[in-house]
Structures are given as structure tokens and as C-alpha cells.
Design a protein around this ligand. Structure first.
Ligand SMILES: Cc1cc2nc3c(=O)[nH]c(=O)nc-3n(C[C@H](O)[C@H](O)[C@H](O)COP(=O)(O)OP(=O)(O)OC[C@H]3O[C@@H](n4cnc5c(N)ncnc54)[C@H](O)[C@@H]3O)c2cc1C
Ligand code: SF4
Length: 348
């Protein structure tokens, strides 16, 4: 019998890799450090996903249920990998609880860490309770409580969403674009207007990156149908006058200072490298790229490869990524891993 493939991380990428491999009769061992599978969309309680509009608990929850029901998948929760010895076709992985497994290939799907807005103190998070993150608003929507000001539970009449919080900010060592937060923010803005039709929603941006087909569905629709107002600005600070939050900055189109009051300010937080990446790099013997994500090999010749032969990577572990692309990369990684556990298929 062929050796299993070790998949590390049970988010959208890890679940997709497990489904792809088990669908062709390949055994997998899926190791997840959290108490449940699902990755960021489930662990952080996302609401309706872009671009499908499906609830995360249904879409990603469905992926979880399919893997959990799959007899060829062994799932180990609350587990990490301490070390990986050997080479392609013949690895020995030791787990955090001391157990070990022989595997033929490894796919790293260890994902990202949400930017901690406390690292941007001048924008009010941690100082004012009504300054929240997109992840918190997603939780309010998915929990069914509706969007409310945490300070007193009132429905906000004016909401500002600040884009690029913890992304495209070289001052705090985060030069990357997190790819999905413009689209997620437009989606959240429309959801707020649907729930609270009298609420005014403003999006403060440097540039809008609702890439590809998202331009019509999110950028234009949010303005034309939902009357979301976009302000191109540099934010200086978020303060309070005792009654309302005050967003101060410069409107960079007319080059004038602007000071606008709000009930709630939302940080569109970015995707940091997984805080575990240094220990993951050590345990698996793989390289990190300069920002701290797992380094990918050459995209064309060595799709899904890391710096170590037989160890592949997919999803947000290797840089900010959408769910769709994380899943597609996981399928590619599965296709690369398969010949290492079924050498006959490699020459077929
Ligand atoms: C606020 C917000 C909203 C978003 N909404 C959308 C959206 O609507 N649509 C969309 O396409 N994208 C969205 N994204 C992006 C989306 O979260 C990612 O594309 C997706 O989660 C990437 O999946 P992944 O499996 O690569 O990583 P993750 O979802 O991060 O999953 C990684 C998994 O690995 C586990 N893990 C980590 N380290 C270890 C370790 N050392 N050992 C074992 N397990 C480990 C983690 O616990 C986690 O379960 C959003 C992002 C943010 C910040
Ligand atoms: S996707 Fe938009 S909000 Fe996110 S980092 Fe890129 S430009 Fe900023």
C-alpha cells in the first residue's frame, strides 16, 4: 500500500488538498493545530463569502464535513509537526504529541494570521470600543446579532471602513497588498446598508483593488445600488469628541484636510504571514521569502514546490490569497504530490 500524503493545516487549502487526493483513492493524514477544521473562514466566523455569496459555515463547513466523512482521511486536531526527516517518497514526520507517521509527500497549507490592529494605534483600535475590524463585523453578521456599536449596542448611523490596515504600509513592515480586503469591505458595506438602510457608509481608500470581475459586482454595485461613498484619503488618526469617533486625514483628490464624525470605524485588516512560520520553516526545513511567508519555487516548472523537494505549499501560507485561489493551488499541490506516493503513475 502506498504511503499517505501529510497535509498540514485544515483551512480551505488543506481541505481541498485532502478532497483531491482522497477522491483518487489516496490516503492522507491531515494535521490541524486548532480544535476544529475550517481555517480562517470557520475559526474567525466569516459571514457571506465573496464572490459566491454563500455563508462561510455552509461553503467551508461543507468542505469540512466531506473530509470528516472520508475514510481515507485521518484527521489529527490540536496537533503540529515537530520535525520532518527523509526525502521524497519516504518522509518521517514526528508530531507535537510524540507520535510519528511515514508519508510520501507533504503539503503545507498553514495559512495566514490576521493583522493585529493594535499595531496601528493611531487609528484607534484598542482605545475606542467602536473601532473594530472587518473580522469582527463578519462575526456580528454571521452570529445574527446585526451590526452594532460594541460600546452600547446601538445601530450605527455612520460607519467608516478604512482600507489597507496592516497592508501596503512600509512603515510597519507590511508592504504587500492583501488582495481580498477591498472586495470584502465593499461586500460588508453593502451588507450594512441592507441591514441598516438609514446608515451612511464611507470607504476610505488609497487605491481600490477589486480585481478582475469583482470590479462590477462590488466596486460599481456598492456605489450605484447601495450608495456607498468612497473617499480617496490618507488617514492621520482616529480620535473621539466624547460623543462620536472622528476620522481625520487628507482628501488626496482635492488635497484638503478632512475631519468627519462616525459611530463606528472598521479596519479592513490584512493577511500577515502565519505567526508560526519560523517554527514551521525549521520543522519542515523549508525557506521563507523576505516578508516571512513560505517561499514558493518557480511557478511554471515547479508548481506548488517549496525549497525542499517533496514538500509542497498551497494557499495563504505562501502569501495573501483568496479562497478560490487557495483551493486551486491545493489541487495543483495534490497533483504534484501524487507521483511521489504512486511512482507508477508518474511514468504512466
Ligand atoms: C476579514 C477577512 C475576510 C475574508 N473573506 C474572504 C472571502 O469572502 N472570500 C475569499 O476568497 N477570501 C476571503 N478572505 C481570505 C481567506 O481567509 C483566505 O483566502 C483563506 O482563509 C486561505 O485559506 P488557507 O487554507 O490557505 O489558510 P487558513 O484559512 O489560514 O487556514 C490555515 C489552517 O492551518 C492551521 N495551522 C496554522 N499553523 C499550523 C501549524 N503549525 N500546524 C498545523 N496547523 C496549522 C490553522 O489553524 C488553519 O486552520 C478573507 C480574509 C480576511 C482577513
Ligand atoms: S486589497 Fe485593497 S484594502 Fe486590501 S491591501 Fe490591497 S488595496 Fe488595500
Amino acid at each position: 500500500m502506498s504511503r499517505p500524503v501529510l497535509i498540514v493545516g485544515g483551512g480551505p487549502a488543506g481541505l481541498a488538498a485532502a478532497s483531491a487526493l482522497t477522491a483518487v483513492g489516496q490516503r492522507v493524514v491531515l494535521v490541524e493545530k486548532a480544535e476544529r477544521l475550517g481555517g480562517a473562514p470557520i475559526l474567525s466566523g466569516y459571514a457571506k463569502l465573496v464572490p459566491s455569496g454563500e455563508w462561510a459555515k455552509d461553503a467551508i463547513g461543507g468542505m469540512v464535513r466531506r473530509v470528516e466523512a472520508q475514510p481515507l482521511a485521518t484527521v489529527r486536531l490540536r496537533t503540529t509537526v515537530a520535525s520532518l526527516k527523509g526525502g521524497p517518497g519516504d518522509f518521517n514526520a514526528e508530531f507535537s504529541d510524540g507520535a510519528a507517521v511515514q508519508v510520501g509527500a507533504v503539503i503545507l497549507c498553514t495559512g495566514f494570521t490576521h493583522f493585529d490592529s493594535l499595531n496601528k494605534p493611531e487609528w484607534g483600535f484598542g482605545t475606542y470600543p467602536d473601532v473594530v475590524t472587518t473580522a469582527q463585523v463578519e462575526q456580528m453578521i454571521s452570529a445574527g446579532t446585526g451590526v452594532r456599536c460594541p460600546s452600547d449596542g446601538r445601530a450605527p448611523q455612520r460607519v467608516a471602513i478604512l482600507l489597507c490596515v496592516g497592508s501596503r504600509d512600509r512603515q510597519i513592515g507590511r508592504p504587500w497588498c492583501s488582495k481580498i480586503c477591498c472586495t470584502v469591505s465593499a461586500n460588508i458595506a453593502m451588507e450594512i446598508r441592507e441591514q441598516l438602510p438609514d446608515c451612511h457608509v464611507y470607504i476610505y481608500y488609497m487605491d481600490i483593488r477589486t480585481f478582475g470581475l469583482y470590479e462590477t459586482k462590488y466596486y460599481w454595485r456598492s456605489q450605484e445600488e447601495f450608495k456607498i461613498k468612497y473617499i480617496k484619503a490618507r488617514i492621520a488618526e482616529v480620535t473621539s469628541d466624547g460623543q462620536r469617533l472622528i476620522v481625520k486625514g487628507e482628501d488626496t483628490l482635492v488635497k484638503r484636510p478632512i475631519t468627519i464624525p462616525f459611530d463606528m470605524v472598521v479596519h479592513a485588516i490584512g493577511m500577515d504571514p502565519n505567526v508560526d512560520n519560523k517554527s514551521i520553516a525549521t520543522a519542515f526545513g523549508v525557506a521563507l521569502e523576505p516578508n516571512g511567508y513560505l517561499e514558493r519555487g518557480n511557478s511554471y516548472g515547479n508548481t506548488a514546490e517549496t525549497s525542499r523537494p517533496g514538500v509542497f505549499v498551497a494557499g495563504a501560507a505562501a502569501g495573501p490569497e483568496t479562497i478560490d485561489d487557495s483551493i486551486a493551488q491545493a489541487y495543483a499541490a495534490a497533483a504534484r504530490a501524487l507521483p511521489l506516493v504512486h511512482p507508477a503513475q508518474a511514468s504512466a
